[in-house]
Design a protein around this ligand. Structure first.
Ligand code: APR
Length: 247
């Protein structure tokens, strides 16, 4: 990673008032949370439609729950990494600051980030597929799968957005508004191939924001980014932060 790139991004952020950070699985990789795509990713060799779609859940809720329960169990053993910590601290630095994440792991919040737009929901929210009752539940493991709704007895599901489902409207609207009016959009650890979330990068770019990417590899939005910092987020973001100086 060339030093002058990092310095230029730090300079850019020093002069920025409104900043949006858009994150994906890569920001949690150094915490020990596997990403989805690529070697060793969660989807490698897995039937995605079977595990992360409404149809797959109707066909076999227990198989789907076993997958999510394994992910929940893994998450009880991990901690936020320096990338999450820097991104949480930046909430005190800018006039306007928004973290919009595709991650369902809650690690931004665990690092202290107060307002996180969870575009794909949360793995810690459980929702009844019959009556819609939703609640935060950190039980790992559940005594029996699938968990059942205490109110209506219906089958409960993970409160995440599956392939083919809509994103929570208010969350997407808030993220779109923030992206459309920011000075700088920092895209961290996402392949940016899943829409509508990845559309936030286009919204920001079309509105004139400077786009910065932090990712060891090129992604689907690299051609839009004015700055690409090629390295792991847990190393790159603390370096940028150290160059920013005191808030
Ligand atoms: N630091 C920064 N980026 C990293 C790191 C790291 N240490 N390690 C890996 N990456 C990058 C990879 O190069 C890749 O571009 O993180 C990205 C992870 O991409 P995906 O696995 O596709 O994850 P994501 O973009 O979050 O997926 C989007 O797809 O499966 C659905 O709903 C799921 O929210 C998810 C969405």
């Amino acid at each position: 990673m060339p030093e002058d790139d990092v310095a230029r991004v730090a300079e850019l952020l020093r002069g920025a008032g409104k900043v949006v950070v858009f994150t994906g699985a890569g920001v949690s990789a150094e915490s020990g949370v596997p990403t989805f795509r690529g070697a060793g990713g969660l989807w490698e060799g897995r039937p995605v439609e079977q595990l992360a779609s409404p149809q797959g859940f109707v066909a076999d809720p227990v198989v789907v729950w076993e997958f999510y329960q394994q992910r929940r169990a893994n998450l009880t053993r991990v901690k936020p990494n320096p990338a999450h910590e820097v991104l949480a601290r930046w909430q005190y630095r800018f006039t306007s600051y928004t973290i919009a994440t595709q991650n369902v792991d809650g690690l931004h919040q665990a690092a202290g980030a107060q307002h996180v737009l969870e575009l794909h929901g949360s793995i810690w929210v459980i929702r009844c597929s019959a009556c819609g009752r939703a609640r935060v539940d950190r039980t790992v493991p559940f005594p029996a799968l699938p968990p059942r709704c205490e109110t209506c007895g219906g089958i409960e599901r993970p409160g995440v957005v599956w392939f083919g489902e809509s994103l929570p409207e208010e969350v997407l609207d808030a993220a779109t508004a923030a992206a459309g009016s920011c000075d700088v959009l920092v895209v961290v650890g996402t392949s940016a191939v899943v829409y509508p979330a990845a559309g936030l990068v286009h919204v920001a770019s079309a509105a004139g924001a400077t786009v910065v990417e932090v990712n060891p590899e090129a992604s689907a939005i690299s051609h839009i980014a004015q700055h690409s910092l090629r390295g792991p987020a847990g190393a790159v973001l603390p370096t940028v932060d150290s160059l920013l100086g005191e808030a």
